[in-house]
Design a protein around this ligand. Sequence first.
Ligand SMILES: C[S@@+](CC[C@H](N)C(=O)[O-])C[C@H]1O[C@@H](n2cnc3c(N)ncnc32)[C@H](O)[C@@H]1O
Length: 222
Amino acid sequence: MPDESGQFGQGRQGVQVKLFALPGVYVPQRDTVLLQRALHRETLLPRAAVLDVGTGTGVLALAAASRGACVTAVDISWPAVWTARLNALLARTPVRVLHGDLTAPVAGCTFDLILTNPPYVPEPSVPPRRGSARAWEAGRDGRQILDRICRDAPPLLRRGGVLLVVHSAISGVGTTLARIRDAGLAAEVTERQSLCPATSARKSDAVASSNAPSPNSGASTS
Ligand SMILES: C[S@@+](CC[C@H](N)C(=O)[O-])C[C@H]1O[C@@H](n2cnc3c(N)ncnc32)[C@H](O)[C@@H]1O
């Protein structure tokens, strides 16, 4: 959460790291924290390859990198890309931050863990092409980006890899689970959290975790 100077911190191994955000960049919120908790519970082998899709300030990318992972972060917003690069520099933590649309900048790469807190708030209007609202507006059903992630992320996972997604229950957790399972992964809700009524579009958040089945385990799809 931002402090009075507009900065916000992230506890990391007992060290308080200041993060900055250029105007219009999504400041970490409760969905960020929920996803960070889910990330924290995952085992990350040294040098594990991690992809953070829609990195914003880079807060989650930094959390993974601080655990020794090799992290690539992507964002479609240039201010977010520059913010995440700056925060990585300030934290003296290596993160490769790329500009582009979802997984397009990492085509041909594979990862042990992919995490994303994508735009998921339903809006009657067409999702904006620029501006801060691009961080949360996601079309009529809130699934404009989510459905693409469910389709595009699973093929990038290595064997035993994990996909972590956070979004509002209002955007259809069942649909997310079904789409991820259709992609051949096991999927479950690992965490739920009720948010304050003021943000009713985000009434509760869920994290779906998907383990790519090993070739011998008999991939179950539904
Ligand atoms: C809800 S914010 C999450 C930011 C950060 N990961 C966090 O949890 O605090 C969503 C981010 O996704 C980015 N984004 C939106 N559409 C995108 C797309 N098509 N490709 C890549 N990033 C996108 C936005 O610019 C924004 O930074």
